[in-house]
Design a protein around this ligand. Structure first.
Ligand code: AKG
Length: 285
């Protein structure tokens, strides 16, 4: 059973936030108190347009049928996103501000004075600065499907909570991958969604399995995988090591900022590549 092996990190109320943290709160980053006044006032960033992933069901970058489907992307003022989240305005589909590759400095530079540009202890330990600082704000229905990245991920929750389901890289033999034709959701004039193939793109290897409801008849090896679950609350930070598989859910309106440090392509990476190749060669995939 997924998540039967207990908690990876604390899930009690943050000593700082007292369990609740409206817009504007204090978080601890490696022992340093940092005032994150993210969204402390709609006046600061409300009129700023941000990229928003829009999907019919909350799943961006996920397998749907025989396709790997990416979200429709809309540019919306942050105020509008907040209004939709608060039920004051309507927009078709499920919204998630989640454009990666440093959407915080590129799309919301007004917030930069309110947070640290890096996590000092992590930068010291890893011997480098982050490649990207990302801002996340989404509806409860927005879910990130199981995947892994080549980043050391320092994931800070500012408001609300995120629920991570994690697998170590050593679970790779039990986690299925298949090749999918890439496609993108498009919003029609009638506010419905169409799936349009990305003809020019190569097939995408992706994980078809939903760890919350694994199809064990189709993917029996997954029963040997052992998931770890943790809830990261406002004021807390998760260190999610590179190559760990992760599936992410959130509370409604959760705000998070994370720091991606490129991994070292060292022995750890080579071992993972070996395991990956052996898994494919043995037909376990
Ligand atoms: O917060 C999320 O929804 C996903 C985060 C994630 O996948 C990442 O930081 O790599």
């Amino acid at each position: 059973m997924p998540c039967s092996t207990g908690q990876l990190c604390g899930s009690g109320p943050s000593p700082i936030s007292g369990g609740g943290c409206p817009r504007g709160c204090w978080v601890v980053l490696g022992g340093i108190w940092v005032q994150l006044k993210v969204l402390s006032s709609r006046a600061t960033v409300g009129s700023t347009e941000v990229s928003v992933a829009v999907t019919p069901d909350g799943y961006a970058d996920a397998v749907r049928g025989d396709r790997f489907v990416m979200p429709a992307e809309r540019r919306l003022p942050l105020n509008h996103v907040l209004d939709v989240l608060e039920g004051q305005a309507r927009h078709p589909g499920v919204l998630y501000v989640q454009k990666q590759c440093s959407n915080l400095p590129t799309e919301l530079p007004q917030l930069l004075p309110d947070l640290e540009s890096h996590v000092p202890w992590a930068s010291e330990a890893l011997g480098k600065m982050p490649d990207a600082v990302n801002f996340w704000l989404g509806e409860a229905a927005a879910v990130t499907s199981l995947h892994k990245d080549h980043y050391e991920n320092l994931y800070c929750v500012v408001s609300g909570e995120k629920r991570f389901l994690l697998h170590p890289p050593s679970d790779r033999p039990f986690i299925p991958y298949e090749l999918y034709t890439p496609a993108t959701y498009q919003l029609t004039e009638e506010d419905s969604f169409e799936i349009v193939d990305e003809e020019a793109m190569e097939k995408v290897p992706w994980i078809p399995l939903d760890p919350l409801a694994p199809d064990l008849a189709r993917y029996p090896s997954y029963s040997q995988a052992r998931a770890l679950c943790c809830t990261v609350q406002a004021g807390e930070m998760l260190y999610l090591p590179a190559l760990w598989f992760h599936h992410v859910q959130q509370s409604h309106g959760c705000i998070a900022v994370n720091y991606w440090y490129d991994m070292e392509y060292d022995l750890k990476y080579s071992y993972f590549q070996l395991l990956d190749s052996l898994t494919k060669a043995s037909g376990l995939d």
